[in-house]
Design a protein around this ligand. Structure first.
Ligand code: CIR
Length: 253
């Protein structure tokens, strides 16, 4: 799948007030800004038009825009984030997507974070997690079914989001942590399994001919070198301190 556009949001100065379970120490704002700018550059160098939204200090996690919407060629689904402190991010993202796609919405009592949604062609995997409930997942399934997509729900117990564990590097190849490697839902795919001490790097991002990966996972990088894609490593230390990764910093379409 080829992308042309991305939407990102600048991190707010109070981004360290966001949710985290990482226990990696307090993040630094200046370094976070630099990492975010490098990320935007990497998206542009991969050929995307990048729309940069203003920081939203009322929602310190709002730069993790991926969680607020799911965009497919036919429509944009405004999510309903599972964390109460993040719920208002949905209304905030809608005006940025409305010029690009017809809008649909996940409705209460459904909850859904975009980080739980992995699209591989017309097949969409939806993590049912602490953030995404089955009602939200089924609402998304119904909205996408109208456009010929098939959804598979994957219950999660260990990770924040599905894409913490599972991402696509091609239409037939997934990168997956050991936790989901043997899941029947992905049995038909080629699987590149991430070593346990490199689990964070499973959250990688394929953009057209490039693969963005977090710096610090040399064994995964070696495994990915076999794929004919240009690999771009990015320093994600401050993003990681707030439980974020490469996918969650943008919406691609
Ligand atoms: C949160 O806990 O919601 C944020 N601090 C991190 C969200 C990361 N989102 C993602 O991986 N899609």
């Amino acid at each position: 799948m080829n992308f042309e556009d991305a939407i990102v949001r600048r991190p707010a100065e109070n981004f360290a007030d966001g949710l985290t379970s990482a226990e990696l120490g307090p993040p630094e704002f200046a370094l976070m800004q630099a990492q975010h700018e490098a990320y935007v550059c990497a998206l542009r160098e991969a050929g995307l038009r990048v729309q940069i939204l203003d920081a939203a200090p009322q929602f310190p996690d709002a730069h993790f825009v991926e969680d607020a919407a799911i965009v497919v060629p036919e429509l944009a689904v405004i999510a309903r984030p599972g964390a109460g402190s993040r719920r208002g991010e949905a209304a905030l993202i809608e005006p940025a997507l409305a010029p690009h796609r017809p809008i649909a919405r996940i409705e209460a009592p459904g909850t859904l974070d975009g980080g739980d949604v992995l699209q591989v062609g017309k097949h969409v995997f939806v993590g049912v997690s602490a953030r995404t409930n089955e009602t939200g997942a089924r609402q998304l399934e119904a909205l996408l079914a109208d456009h010929g997509y098939r959804c598979t729900l994957i219950p999660l117990t260990h990770a924040l989001h599905l894409k913490s564990d599972l991402n696509a590097v091609g239409s037939e190849t997934l990168v997956v942590t050991r936790a989901l490697a043997d899941h029947e839902a992905i049995a038909r795919f080629e699987r590149i399994i991430v070593d346990p001490d490199e689990t964070y790097a499973a959250n990688l991002l394929r953009i057209n001919g490039r693969l963005l990966i977090a710096r610090g996972a040399p064994r995964l990088r070696d495994k990915l070198d076999a794929i004919a894609l240009e690999i771009v490593e990015l320093d994600m230390s401050e993003v990681r301190k707030m439980d974020g990764g490469l996918t969650c910093l943008s919406i691609r379409f």
